[in-house]
Design a protein around this ligand. Structure first.
Ligand SMILES: Nc1ncnc2c1ncn2[C@@H]1O[C@H](COP(=O)(O)OP(=O)(O)O)[C@@H](O)[C@H]1O
Ligand SMILES: [Mg+2]
Length: 233
């Protein structure tokens, strides 16, 4: 049986906000589940935790070891920072508090024998990243980006962080690939790979905003955008 220590943990990262980290985390979780794997998600986005589709969950269930049970969301185990802070409350925690909250969430959730724990990261390169990569024994990450120069410039910072902390970059997820900034042409896949020194594992199209979360459940429509390498994480 896999334990917390030996399950595969992968952070879904990007310095840039709004590029689709959360959306992709949901898509990947469904994709891996559909391929027979047991998946959990740790929502570490302290600034805007939004993995849980239904609000109002609270940490209530405890077992003998005072651990809380993850929320079951469509067969995926989810533990989110939103379970410990109110929706309308700003997270104004300083570094140590923030780190403690993320670590407590990770350690005190009673995960079952998961194959993969995906960690939905906040934007930036700050405390949450240091905590996840230094205290939670996470050594791998996927990088989500859009194909415009602003996202690329920001994500060079993510790459630099990975290098400093010896984190393995598993690959790039190009999201909203038909989207591009005002007077620019979108940056081609191969250029993206060259610029970020990694391979592009998925190029997800821009779909209508309102249906993006529903789309994540219709993998037959999205699967063609994933490469086989994704399952070899
Ligand atoms: N492929 C896509 N097509 C259309 N809208 C998308 C796509 N991916 C993400 N979005 C939308 O973009 C916004 C930001 O996505 P989100 O996953 O919250 O980004 P992040 O977690 O990086 O901040 C959301 O409104 C989401 O529904
Ligand atoms: Mg997010």
């Amino acid at each position: 049986m896999l334990t917390l220590d030996c399950m595969e943990k992968i952070a879904i990262s990007s310095t840039k906000g709004g590029v689709g980290k959360t959306s992709f985390t949901l898509m990947l979780s469904q994709y891996l589940k559909k391929n027979g794997l047991k998946i959990g998600i740790l929502d570490a986005d302290i600034y805007g935790p939004n993995i849980l589709a239904n609000r109002g969950h609270k940490i209530s269930s405890t077992d003998a070891q005072s651990k809380f049970l993850p929320i079951n969301q469509g067969g995926i185990e989810v533990s989110s920072i939103s379970l410990i802070i109110n929706d309308s409350e700003a997270a104004i925690w300083r570094g140590p508090m923030l780190s403690q909250a993320i670590k407590a969430l990770h350690d005190n959730t009673n995960w079952s024998d998961l194959d993969y724990l995906l960690i939905d990261m906040p934007p930036g390169t700050g405390d949450a990243y240091l905590t996840v990569f230094q205290s939670l024994d996470v050594k791998k990450s996927l990088l989500v980006t859009t194909n415009d120069k602003y996202a690329l410039y920001d994500n060079l910072k993510t790459i630099s962080l990975f290098k400093k902390l010896s984190i393995e970059l598993c690959g790039i997820i190009e999201n909203m690939s038909e989207d591009f900034s005002l007077d620019e042409k979108p940056i081609h896949n191969s250029e993206l790979a060259k610029y970020l020194s990694s391979s592009v594992l998925a190029s997800l199209p821009l779909t209508k905003r309102a249906i993006i979360h529903e789309e994540t459940l219709k993998l037959n429509r999205l699967e063609k955008y994933f490469t086989k390498e994704l399952l070899k994480l």
